[in-house]
Design a protein around this ligand. Structure first.
Ligand code: SF4
Length: 331
């Protein structure tokens, strides 16, 4: 077996520590950083981490392929819309291909036994390895002593004595290890995946239930604004200038765009149609604008090259809540 490792580096503390441990064992390491349309991590900070660790990092984006898994995950979902088992399988399959290209013989991850309920317990880890075709080839330096020996230990590439026995959800052992190894900066803490965010998960669930498999563009839409549904129509109201610009851009590719005339307010994007939906979307646009309450104002409604104006008053709060896309258990 090749003595070179390919490490899965998220930029968070655990994977940074795992790479540092393997580097300190004197092994050659390259890293791969996977991103998905749901990542909130900063690519640049991963580059900085890799530079500090003195490892080359490969960036791999999991796009449409990952979206298909999110729409229909063979191994189910976690507490929100996270598909951790299938996500790890996909990442390790891609890592396997990359390892072949760069001449790496095994993989390193920062996984900690028992840290995450869905994917980081013994049987899930074995299933993931098996399905990714990397059985016994994944070294988890933080928990290795608690796990079955890998081929790297059997073949004398890795000294089992240098592995640790960290387990569970407490973070203190990792903080102490960081101190000991001189790893002080870990800019991307865990929790960078929007699929675990209850509010985002609600929007995505609603999309999958009503519209099918999302595209990358859809994810951009789901990330922005406040979301409402009227029948088969989705209404998205911008919360700030950045989101207004995103909605503006998306509106150029389709949908109906709304804005209150003569007052500051959001850009609203309506995906779908129907008179009732348009009327409610206009009332929502007024509700989140600076327009005075209790009197009708003009709302500009544009679709493609066509623009018209309709009069609307701010939507009533009860009606607003009845069409808001809610987090699990809220409705
Ligand atoms: S939290 Fe998100 S990125 Fe992390 S393993 Fe689960 S699905 Fe994949």
């Amino acid at each position: 077996m090749e003595g070179k490792a390919l490490a899965l580096l998220s930029g968070g503390l655990d994977s940074t520590l795992a790479v540092k441990m393997v580097r300190d064992m004197g092994l050659e390491v390259e890293a791969v950083h996977f991103t998905t349309p749901f990542c909130q991590c900063d690519k640049c900070s991963v580059d900085t981490t890799a530079e500090r660790l003195d490892v080359k990092v490969h960036h791999v984006f999991l796009g449409e392929e990952f979206l298909a898994v999110v729409a229909d995950p063979p191994h189910g979902r976690g507490s929100q819309m996270n598909v951790c088992i299938d996500c790890r399988i996909l990442m390790l399959r891609k890592a396997k291909r990359l390892a072949e290209e760069i001449g790496a013989g095994f993989f390193v991850t920062g996984e900690v036994l028992g840290q995450r309920p869905m994917s980081q317990h013994g049987s899930a880890m074995r299933l993931i390895e098996r399905e990714a075709g990397v059985e016994s080839l994944v070294l988890r330096p933080l928990s290795g002593k608690l796990m079955k020996e890998t081929r790297m230990e059997d073949e004398g590439i890795v000294d089992r004595e240098k592995l640790l026995d960290i387990s569970g959800r407490r973070r203190l052992p990792q903080f102490e290890l960081a101190e000991k190894l001189g790893v002080y900066d870990y800019p991307c803490p865990s929790g960078g995946c929007l699929l675990t965010d209850p509010e985002f998960a609600a929007r995505l669930r609603d999309y999958l239930d009503n519209d099918g498999t999302p595209t990358i563009e859809t994810i951009l839409l789901l990330k922005a604004g406040r979301h409402f549904r009227v029948g088969s129509t989705r209404i998205v109201v911008g919360r700030n200038e950045v989101e207004n610009n995103i909605l503006e851009g998306l509106a150029r590719r389709g949908g109906t765009r709304m804005e209150v005339e003569g007052h500051n307010g959001p850009v609203t994007l309506v995906v779908g149609d129907g008179e009732d939906a348009i009327r409610k979307a206009a009332a929502l646009t007024v509700r989140y604008s600076d327009a005075p309450r209790g009197e009708p104002v003009w709302v500009v409604v544009a679709s493609g090259d066509q623009a018209t104006r309709i009069q609307a008053e701010a939507i009533d709060e009860g009606e607003l809540e009845s069409i808001r896309i809610q987090k699990k258990g809220k409705k």
